[in-house]
Write a protein that binds this ligand. Sequence first.
Ligand SMILES: [Zn+2]
Length: 262
Amino acid sequence: MASSSMENITQAMNNVLLDDEEGGIAIMDGDEGGMQDEFSTGNARLCLLGRFLTEGVLDFSAMQQTLAALWRPGRGVYIKEIDVNLFLLQFYHEIDIKRVIDGSPWTFNRKVLLITRLQEGVNLRCVSINSLDLWVQIHDLQPGFMSEKVNEEIGNQVGKFVSSCPSNFKGLWREYMRIRVTLDINKPLKRRMKIRKSGNEWIWITFKYENVPTFCFICGLMGHSDKFCSRIFDTPESEITRPYGTWMRAPFKRHTKMIGAK
Ligand SMILES: [Zn+2]
């Protein structure tokens, strides 16, 4: 089983390398001679699979130029279109791939890139790419709740907790906690949540999302705006409500990155 899966991936990687190299881009750091060798190893460990959260058509060439310019990977990246809106991103160093994962969200023409790290032995076409890592701010949290453990529990309600911002517990009073969360793009963004400590009253905490892509104020899903929400086609206008809003976007701060959000 494992070995046949390995064959799949090796085969897939070989196809990627041999079929259509002009369809991709390789930006190397001076040493183009090393490129071929690294390709032939078919290094799934340093690959991401990506797609853009859009149903529209993308200009592949402009997209790869934009991403390469944003990422400026020290050891290069090779981007290959393997299907409509499905891309293989081959990196050549752990530092480069990690920067891209940690720097999410990335956008091209205001479309956000969803990425997932490839596991060895997985068939490329069976990988689902439905998650997006973002920084989420937890507001209205009272001092007694500001702990790593609480952050983690909250993060796992919002999505899947990844990490806490290192500066959450440093220095002076924090207005809010920042947590890195993997969000399921098929679920509406969470607006707020009720928490309490045993014996105490419930308190409401609210969430703000940093660099969040377009989301719908009607259904709370990322990837479309109200105008394109499927609900407006089956619900009378008078019954449409908008429980979500711009207040869920974290205002720009120095520590938040607006890369590619032009
Ligand atoms: Zn909607």
